[in-house]
Write a protein that binds this ligand. Structure first.
Ligand code: FES
Ligand SMILES: [Fe+2]
Length: 365
């Protein structure tokens, strides 16, 4: 019987640093939503694998990202977490000034032979999928489409680009980032940990897809009479437009590695993004996204969805924190997985394969 990863993968700062490089420094990382940078010049900063990245709207149809590193003497250019740059960004040190396309526009006091063309900001690969912005720091990144595989087709009906965030809650969880992914990928814990959730779906009824190297997930059908994941199981909102009957009858849970947990409901979408801070500390940003038609209704009240998942989140964070504590014990030896934990074993294998890689694209720079 397969067993979970040894404890060092959850406790070693060295292995943690390697995972940050392997998964966040070389993979497609979810950084935010395109709606957050709707206007040209608007931007947000994200910390990706220890790098400050400026993600900005260059033009109505173009999202770009750059290392937040001045080409003169390296100074951080942007410091506010988000805002609007106007048409250019200026380094606060000596005033080197860059366009939204990263070109160096002005560099005061440089000699005549200095060529501004040779010093654009270092670009970061960026791609947008249905309103989700991803970046990839790798020099030779595969296309985001390859990473996402069949998901864009599978989830097209939710039209996620049309949805808007209504609520965002940030959690500081004292657990390794992989424990969050592992916990999300099984419902064996649901009867004990989530009594309210467990009334809405059959905890043994997950219809999981064969795992891939970039995402793990599946669907769970609602119990009779249940229409969505909420405290009552009743649906206060219209179905998202375009969903077929079978898509209305389930909740879809997908962990898109390394850092997006995407939960598609018939009437809203829930996102968790994971931001590892230390080997035993993960910041989790949870967002609830709704259709603008619903949000504009005078009686729009999403508290059923927000409170339900906030409660469920806290139940999950409690057990993953307990798990982290026990895994750190000298007495701990991984016990066997059950057959309902097949996604977890697949994830473990993927982590081990990543660790076994010899060189990294960044190492070749
Ligand atoms: S370090 Fe940026 S202008 Fe000098
Ligand atoms: Fe859970």
């Amino acid at each position: 019987m397969p067993k979970p990863l040894p404890s060092k993968y959850f406790t070693s700062p060295r292995l943690f640093g390697r995972e940050i490089e392997l998964f966040f420094g070389q993979g497609w990382v979810w950084v935010g939503r395109a709606e957050a940078i709707a206007e040209p010049g608007s931007y947000f900063l994200r910390d990706v694998a220890g790098e400050s990245v400026i993600v900005l709207r260059e033009s109505p149809g173009s999202v770009r990202a750059f290392y937040n590193v001045c080409r003169h003497r390296g100074t951080r250019i942007c410091t506010a977490a988000e805002g609007n740059l106007g048409q250019r960004m200026q380094c606060p040190y000596h005033g080197w000034t860059y366009g939204l396309d990263g070109r160096l526009l002005a560099a005061p006091h440089m000699p005549a032979k200095f060529s501004r063309d040779e010093y654009p900001l270092h670009p970061v690969k960026t791609a947008v999928w249905d309103g989700h912005v991803f970046v990839n720091l790798a020099k030779r990144a595969t296309a985001l489409e390859r990473h996402l595989g069949t998901l864009p087709g599978k989830f097209a009906a939710w039209k996620m680009r049309d949805l808007r965030v209504h609520e965002r809650i940030v959690y500081e969880v004292r657990a390794n980032w992989k424990l969050i992914v592992l916990n999300y990928s099984e419902c064996l814990h649901c009867p004990l940990v989530h009594p309210a959730l467990n009334r809405l779906t059959d905890y043994l009824g997950a219809d999981n897809e064969p795992p891939t190297t970039s995402y793990l997930g599946g669907a769970m059908a609602f119990a009779p009479g249940v229409e969505t994941m909420s405290a009552s199981g009743r649906r206060r909102r219209d179905y998202l437009p375009g969903l077929r009957q079978e898509q209305r009858a389930k909740v879809f849970y997908y962990a898109i590695l390394p850092n997006l947990l995407l939960s598609l409901h018939p009437d809203y979408v829930l996102l968790h993004s994971l931001w590892p801070q230390a080997v035993d500390h993960t910041r989790i940003i949870c967002e609830w996204h709704f259709h603008p038609n619903e949000m504009s209704k005078p009686d729009f009240d999403p508290s059923d969805a927000v409170e339900f998942w906030d409660t469920t989140n806290r139940e999950d964070w409690r057990v993953v924190e307990l798990s982290q504590l026990g895994i750190a014990s000298r007495a701990y030896r991984p016990g066997p997985y059950s057959e309902h934990e097949e996604l977890l074993h697949a994830f473990d294998k993927l982590v081990l394969r990543a660790h076994a890689r010899k060189s990294t694209p960044l190492a070749r720079r």
